[in-house]
Design a protein around this ligand. Structure first.
Ligand code: MN
Length: 291
């Protein structure tokens, strides 16, 4: 049986955005793109050698109805939340935080030598899980398995799998795959993708061609959303490349989005805002820490 190689559906160069208490970042996609990336809601890229671009950070703020996935490439982020988690995530570490019914947290980048860089991805929760207890997963770099590709590249597997290597983040309804792929110059990379799942790639550095290899290459900072197919294929450009490859099962549910709170219906947003005013937003303060 022939493989249907995924071709680009839409391409997003990234938009300079000011977020949090004044963090300069590149926004790849967000609420204007709903429902194109379903079940993914947002991808932000941080990257600066100037601490003034990031030190203001993301002071205490609420989330409800989503998962936030923070991946630090270089630098450190101090975090704390209403579940009682406190700590620092550094180079190569992942924080996969399920806000469920409600969490209040802060995410504060610390002054870095040279570059501070990383990503935050928002993954939507299905309606039936939006008011479930929140959960926090912190993964250090060495808990994320890395496996070589055929031609000298490397794949880090955060969630889902590549070949026989399974990532440590499991048991999530939208069945996400999150790979960090590094390819040598000219190397070809292929991995199967479930039909009907949403697939996108974000170029961390370098560039690559993809699909039938006839379209203009994806370049640093670009996000490519792919059409349906059973196979993802990329071929690194002359300088090699590094990219995030993310896919998951769409929810096909209505989205009501207000800042850091993403529900299904407007009245659920109104409820969340009322609960924030009256101190009833947090339902769960016990730590629910998962490996
Ligand atoms: Mn947050």
């Amino acid at each position: 049986m022939g493989e249907a190689v995924r071709a680009a559906a839409r391409r997003f160069p990234g938009v300079p955005t000011l977020e949090g208490a004044g963090v300069r970042l590149q926004r790849s996609f967000s609420n204007p793109e709903v429902p194109l990336f379903d079940p993914f809601l947002l991808l932000d890229r941080f990257g600066s050698t100037n601490p003034e671009d990031y030190l203001a950070g993301f002071p205490w703020h609420p989330h409800r109805g989503i998962e936030t996935v923070t991946y630090v490439l270089h630098g450190r982020v101090e975090h704390g939340d209403t579940l009682g988690n406190r700590g620092t995530i550094g180079d190569g570490d992942i924080q996969w935080m399920n806000s469920g019914s409600g969490i209040v947290h802060q995410e504060m980048p610390k002054r870095a030598e040279g570059l501070f860089s990383g990503f935050q991805l928002w993954v939507n929760l299905p309606a039936r899980e939006k008011m479930s207890p929140p959960a926090y997963r912190g993964l250090t770099a060495r808990e994320v398995p890395a496996t070589p590709t055929d031609e000298g590249g490397e794949v880090r597997v955060v969630a889902g799998s590549y070949r026989t290597i399974e990532g440590p983040v499991r048991g999530i309804s939208v069945d996400p795959t999150y790979l960090d792929v590094r390819l040598r110059p000219g190397e070809t990379f292929e991995t199967p993708t479930p039909l009907g799942h949403t697939v996108f790639a974000h170029v961390v550095e370098g560039g690559f061609t993809f699909g039938n290899l006839a379209e203009p290459p994806a370049v640093t900072g670009e996000t490519v959303l792919f059409g349906d197919g059973s196979l993802f294929r990329a071929k690194a450009g002359a300088g090699g490349t590094r990219f995030l490859l993310v896919f998951g099962r769409p929810l096909h549910e209505p989205v009501a989005w207000y800042g850091p709170i993403v529900m299904n219906q407007k009245d659920e947003i109104a409820t969340a805002l009322r609960e924030l005013r009256t101190g009833q937003f947090i339902k769960e303060k016990r730590p629910l820490v998962e490996g």
